[in-house]
Every structure is written in structure tokens, then in C-alpha cells.
Write a protein that binds this ligand. Structure first.
Ligand code: NDP
Length: 489
């Protein structure tokens, strides 16, 4: 051992004299059970894996910096936006949705787009996608939807039949399906795609006025995507292209950047829009609610350890800061519960205390004990383990950060989320933005994805596309080589 090398130990710190050979009774064996070094090594390896995320298992990420470039303090008192030039550290994670941890990166799928801003008032997480909308608007259907994207229980294969069966019975999915099957369905790497908060959140300002808000992060690298054929070729050569490209760019000092914008709607206007502004299957048209520039972020530091910094980075829409709040969006409420719940299951009770998740600001709470507790929070006095208390220096609530009341009313019921919604106009609007080549690729991507799907399901789905735009259905029918006559209904 050279004097420069630290001494190898067990995890209890006991020095190790021989790290090459196991302990046996004679050179030919058998091994002795008292070889704790060997047992510790094998037992630890058995525990190296944690449950992968049920959705968004395959991911890539890096650390970065957000900088405010424009003043939006009239909308929000969130300190992260308090002055032009203000910088906030963040950690990002991008992902595919359906594939498992070892899935190929360049697959056609929605991409997760998550940012954790380490603000002065705790972590603010934007847990969005590279699309502004989602397949469903009622979270009650989320587990069913995800089951159609994952493996069939018997074949253990992905099932196009299940996906299109569900979509054809859920026309609210048309908008997201159109984006997924369009050119933007396979970005070439995370740097070449936009991010969207997707949900409607709210802002409130110093005066206690509330605005509904949508978050947009536009790539400064430009959009780049693969066709199905290009993706197949890329995947044939490497399944890890996103990690290679993102990690490689940052290592070379080519820091990717995104411009942040918000769309802002005064609180009372939500009553007047022709669409439900809290419906996750809808966008707010830019013509009605223009993009307001806020700032930009760059990714400038790779993780030193992928597992501790990216795999264990735990994002949750429940992490909001004073000045940013929720909205009536049903999908958002479900995610406020389910993301934190998933992390407690996957990472453990104290997942927020892990270095990548720990806020960089003041952190004071009275939660006690639990598995793997490794910190104290007694404010320097062991008597301060409940609240209210008379202990000098213990943490107290701060009414100055109180959110203005969220004005909502209604009768509790299981409202039919498929009634009274226009599922066709907005996907049709997107379709009509595409040029002929983009439309042609869209038609063929959908036809390819329908391979092996029963004719009845295809017909139902073509009727939905027809209601978005007759040319949309016709283009797909032609690509499929089938006759299509829209039904009367
Ligand atoms: P605009 O003409 O003002 O903007 C069109 C939007 O479509 C741009 O944001 C553009 O993103 C985006 N876009 C272009 N190609 C694709 C694609 N293949 N997949 C997803 N988005 C794409 O439109 P409107 O605001 O009036 O909305 C029209 C339609 O545009 C909507 O129905 C919606 O489908 C889509 N869209 C709207 C967004 C919104 O928040 N209003 C956001 C994203 C899409 P970029 O500027 O980066 O090129």
C-alpha cells in the first residue's frame, strides 16, 4: 500500500488486509461462513437496484443554472423571479415514458421534461413533458392508460391493439396522439426539444391577485428529430444516444439552453374561454394568450454519479413555492399526490433529504423518525419535537407567505369528463399547421403504429381523425391502403 492510498475497509470501517481472495478451508475450498468481507460484498450487490419508475424509467439529466431576463413580478411574488439577472441552480431529468430502464433512447414516445429549481424558498419542481398536452384529462384513467403502453400480461410484449383500443375509446387523447405521431415524436436528443409544464398552475402577486399560468421552455438549439427509419438505424448502432449526446455536449462545454416563457390568464377569464383552461388535453392558443419571456436556463454540469444525482432525483408537482400555486386541473391534483407517493415507495421516507433533493434554502420541519433516518431536526434543542411549543428558536409558521384563497365551488360528483368537451378542434389546428411532407410522415407513422390492430378499432379511430380534419383520416386510410367512409354519427 502506498502512503497516498486510503486504507480499504468494510462498510463498518474495519480494515481489509486481502481484497483479492475469499477465505477457505484449504486452497480448494470450501468457503468459511465467517468470511464477512465476502458476504458483505455479495449481499450489497444483491441490493444495488431500486425499483425503477413505473413510468419515465429511462432518463438523462444534468445540473444547470436558470437566469431571469425579464420582469414578471406583476404576476408573481415567487422569489425565483424577483429580479432581472437573478440566478437559481437547478437539476434536470429528461425521460421516455413507457420503456424500462434499459430501453433504447431514440424510441417514439413522449419525453418527460423535469426541472428542480433550488430556490431561496425551497424546491420548485416543474415536472412536465416535451408536449403541452396529455392523453387523458381525468387521472382516474391514468393506470389504465399506462397499462396499454406497457407490456401485455401474457405475451409480455407491447400491444398496439391495446394502445389503439384505449385511444379509440378516449377521443381526448387525439391531441397528444397527433403530437406523438408527428415529427416531434422522436427528438434526436434532449437538447433539441421543447419542455412544457403542461398543467395550468397559478401565480399570485404581492397584492394577492391570482393568475392562471402555463410554463414553456423553448429549445435554443432548434428542433431536431428522427424519422422512424432513421431511429431504427440509430438504435441499431446505439441504444444510449441521448446519454451520449447530452453528457458529451456538456463535457465539451457546449451547454444546451432553453428560453422560458409563461402564458398568463387573469383569474376571472377562466370562466369565459371556449375550452376548459384546466383541461390537460388543451393548449391555450398563443393568439389569445401570447408567450411572455421570463428567462433562460442552461445545463452546464454533468452528474458525478448518475445514480445519486439523476436516478435518485425525485421530482414532484407538489413542490411549489410562495407565489406559485395549483389550479383546478384534475390531473395536477392526482400528480401532487402520486409523485411524492411514488418516491416514498421507490426511494424511502426520507427521499427529500438525499443530497440531490435536499433544498439549498432553510429547511425546518417536525417530521420524526422513519426508516433510514440520518439527520436531526431539533433546532438545537431536543425539547422541540412538537408544535406549538414554547421552545426558543424552534420553527414557526409564517403567515406572510399565505396563498390567497383559491375560488372554487361545485357539487361533489363523478362528472363525465368526456361530455361537453371539444376533442377535435385543437388537434385539427395542429394538423393544419403541418406542411404536406409533415402530414405525409404523420399519416405513415400512424399507419405503421396500427400494424396488426383489428379493423374495427382502426375504423373507430379513423372516425375520430376525420372529425379533426377529413384530410387527416383520408391520409391515414391511404397510408393503410384501406377504404374509409366516415360514419354518420
Ligand atoms: P401557433 O401557430 O401560435 O403555434 C404553433 C405551435 O405548435 C408552436 O408552439 C410550435 O412550437 C408548435 N409545433 C409545431 N410543430 C409541432 C409538433 N409537431 N408537435 C407539437 N407542437 C408543434 O399555434 P396556436 O397557439 O394557435 O396553437 C395551434 C396548435 O399548435 C395547438 O392546437 C397545438 O396543437 C399546437 N401547440 C400549441 C401550443 C400552445 O401553447 N399554444 C404549444 C405547442 C403546440 P415551436 O414554436 O417550438 O416551433
Amino acid at each position: 500500500m502506498s502512503s497516498n492510498n486510503p486504507r480499504l475497509t468494510t462498510s463498518a470501517g474495519n480494515p481489509i488486509a486481502d481484497n483479492q481472495n475469499s477465505l477457505s478451508a484449504g486452497a480448494r475450498g470450501p468457503l468459511l461462513m465467517q468470511d464477512y468481507q465476502l458476504i458483505e460484498k455479495l449481499a450489497h450487490q444483491n441490493r444495488e437496484r431500486i425499483p425503477e419508475r413505473v413510468v419515465h424509467a429511462k432518463g438523462w439529466g444534468a445540473f444547470g443554472t436558470f437566469t431571469v431576463t425579464h420582469d414578471i413580478t406583476k404576476y408573481t411574488c415567487a422569489k425565483v423571479f424577483s429580479e432581472i439577472g437573478k440566478k437559481t441552480e437547478l437539476v434536470s431529468r429528461f425521460s421516455t415514458v413507457a420503456g424500462e430502464l434499459g430501453a433504447a433512447d431514440a424510441e417514439r414516445d413522449v419525453r418527460g421534461f423535469s426541472l428542480k429549481f433550488y430556490t431561496d424558498e425551497g424546491n420548485w419542481d416543474v415536472v412536465g413533458n416535451n408536449t403541452p398536452v396529455f392523453f387523458i384529462r381525468d387521472p382516474y384513467k391514468f393506470p389504465d392508460f399506462i397499462h396499454t403502453q406497457k407490456r401485455h400480461p401474457r405475451t409480455n410484449l407491447r400491444s398496439g391493439k391495446a394502445a389503439w383500443d384505449f385511444w379509440s375509446l378516449s377521443p381526448e387523447s387525439l391531441h397528444q396522439v397527433t403530437i406523438l405521431m408527428s415529427d416531434r415524436g422522436i427528438p434526436t436528443a434532449p437538447m433539441y426539444m421543447n419542455g412544457y409544464g403542461s398543467h395550468t398552475y397559478s401565480f399570485w402577486n404581492e397584492a394577492g391577485e391570482r393568475y392562471w399560468v402555463k410554463f414553456h421552455f423553448k429549445t435554443q438549439q432548434g428542433h431536431r428529430h428522427y424519422t422512424n427509419a432513421e431511429a431504427a438505424e440509430v438504435i441499431g448502432q446505439s441504444r444510449e444516444t441521448y446519454q451520449e449526446d447530452l453528457f458529451g455536449a456538456i463535457e465539451k462545454g457546449e451547454f444546451p439552453k432553453w428560453t422560458m416563457y409563461v402564458q398568463v390568464m387573469p383569474e376571472a377569464e377562466a370562466e369565459k374561454t371556449s375550452y376548459n383552461p384546466f383541461d390537460l388535453t388543451k393548449v391555450w392558443p398563443h393568439g389569445e394568450y401570447p408567450l411572455i419571456e421570463v428567462g433562460e436556463f442552461e445545463l452546464n454540469r454533468n452528474a458525478d454519479n448518475y445514480f445519486t444525482d439523476i436516478e435518485m432525483a425525485a421530482y414532484s408537482p407538489s413542490n411549489v413555492v410562495p407565489g406559485i400555486g395549483f389550479s383546478p386541473d384534475k390531473m395536477l391534483q392526482a400528480r401532487v399526490f402520486s409523485y411524492a407517493d411514488a418516491h416514498r415507495y421507490r426511494l424511502g421516507t426520507h427521499y427529500e433529504a438525499l443530497p440531490v433533493n435536499r433544498p439549498k434554502s432553510e429547511l425546518n420541519h417536525y417530521h420524526k423518525d422513519g426508516a433510514m433516518r440520518f439527520f436531526t431536526n431539533d433546532f438545537g434543542n431536543p425539547d422541540a419535537y412538537y408544535e406549538p411549543n414554547t421552545v426558543e428558536g424552534s420553527a414557526k409558521e409564517d403567515p406572510s407567505v399565505k396563498e390567497p384563497p383559491l375560488r372554487i365551488s361545485g357539487d361533489a360528483d363523478r362528472y363525465n369528463h368526456r361530455e361537453g368537451n371539444d376533442d377535435y378542434t385543437q388537434p385539427g389546428n395542429l394538423y393544419r399547421i403541418f406542411n404536406d411532407e409533415q402530414k405525409n410522415r404523420l399519416h405513415h407513422n400512424i399507419a405503421e403504429a396500427m400494424d396488426g390492430v383489428p379493423a374495427g378499432i382502426i375504423e373507430k379511430q379513423l372516425n375520430h381523425f376525420h372529425k379533426c380534419d377529413p384530410a387527416y383520416a383520408k391520409g391515414i386510410a391511404d397510408a393503410l391502403g384501406v377504404e374509409f367512409k366516415p360514419s354518420e354519427a
